[in-house]
Write a protein that binds this ligand. Structure first.
Ligand code: NDP
Length: 281
């Protein structure tokens, strides 16, 4: 598995997304657990979850899988709601997440998106959790460049390790300033929803994608994931509840593009020419 430097560590180029898992019947749950196991057994060493996902059901399912793995072998990321972003509520949320995940620490704990709580309070709460040994590091999600700059201006804001934003071929806004800013500040980037999530409304597949995938003897999903990973040092976290799809996503890590192919895709999905409002799902 191709590796990247993420959160100051050598990490697989894709992580395991877990939104909407653990919410279905037994058969679906079995397949979702098998998919995560397949990923962990074939070189993926990051899992992304959140207290929001199924109101804890995703974390519970992840906990049931990872209890059979060596905890030091992968990085575990979870996120708390913006309305749990005070020091007291962060601690409560974190302890509940750890219980569901059947572990005693997270590698990264993220503010899921910005809310009403002043960032200074949230950072103080997160730093307290680092000192308590319950999280190794912390980060944010759905922050744009201005949010990140504000974060860096407050005490200990520079300890933010990562920012996680939407990134796929149809949502390229972060390429203009968020990605370059994070590179300059040595902050790792996670791109979520590489396939545009479950809903085709989020990502319109242009004919060139289907044609190019056929020419390259890969699936449309492999093309989309390979494109996200094409030349940036970032972590993409596709979600799948199917072991077969997980296998296919792992193979996509090795997809390459010629300059001509990238140009054709740029024509269908142009790169941003100015700073855009951050897109979120
Ligand atoms: P994705 O873009 O990962 O798309 C998931 C969809 O793609 C599912 O319907 C899945 O179906 C399908 N799929 C996956 N692999 C394949 C394949 N090889 N072939 C065909 N279909 C496939 O959507 P998400 O929105 O879930 O994003 C990924 C992760 O990012 C989330 O799970 C979550 O961890 C994170 N996220 C974070 C957000 C944030 O605010 N920080 C917001 C949104 C997502 P199937 O299961 O059947 O394979």
């Amino acid at each position: 598995m191709k590796s990247i430097t993420f959160n100051h560590q050598n990490t697989s180029a894709i992580g395991i997304g877990t939104w909407h898992i653990g919410e279905g019947n037994n058969k679906k749950t079995e397949s979702e657990m098998a998919a995560i196991r397949y990923g962990l057994d074939h070189g993926i060493n990051v899992i992304d979850t959140a207290e929001m996902y199924g109101e804890g059901k995703s974390e519970t399912l992840v906990g049931n899988v990872i209890k059979n793995y060596n905890r030091q072998d992968f990085q575990l990321i979870s996120k708390f709601y913006p309305y749990h972003a005070t020091p007291k509520l962060i601690e409560e949320s974190l302890k509940a997440s750890l219980k569901r995940l059947q572990t005693d620490y997270l590698d990264l704990y993220l503010l899921h998106w910005r809310g009403q709580t002043p960032l200074v309070e949230t950072v103080a709460g997160l730093e307290r959790m680092v000192k308590a040994g319950l999280i190794r590091n912390w980060g944010v999600s759905n922050f744009d460049r201005k949010d990140l700059e504000e974060l860096l201006s407050i005490p200990n804001g520079e300890n933010c390790r990562i920012n996680e934003d939407l990134y796929n071929i149809g949502s390229r806004g972060i390429e203009y300033s968020v990605l370059p800013w994070q590179k300059e500040h040595h902050m790792s980037f996670i791109g979520y929803s590489p396939f545009g999530s479950d809903d085709s409304e989020y990502l319109k597949i242009q004919p060139i994608v289907t044609e190019m995938a056929q020419q390259k003897h890969i699936t449309v999903h492999q093309l989309l994931l390979g494109w996200v990973l094409r030349n940036h040092n970032l972590l993409s976290i596709p979600k799948t509840g199917s072991p077969e799809h997980m296998e296919s996503n792992i193979e996509a890590v090795d997809v390459t593009f010629t300059a001509d192919e990238l140009e054709q895709l740029d024509k269908a999905y142009p790169a941003p020419k100015h700073e855009e409002t951050l897109e979120m799902i």
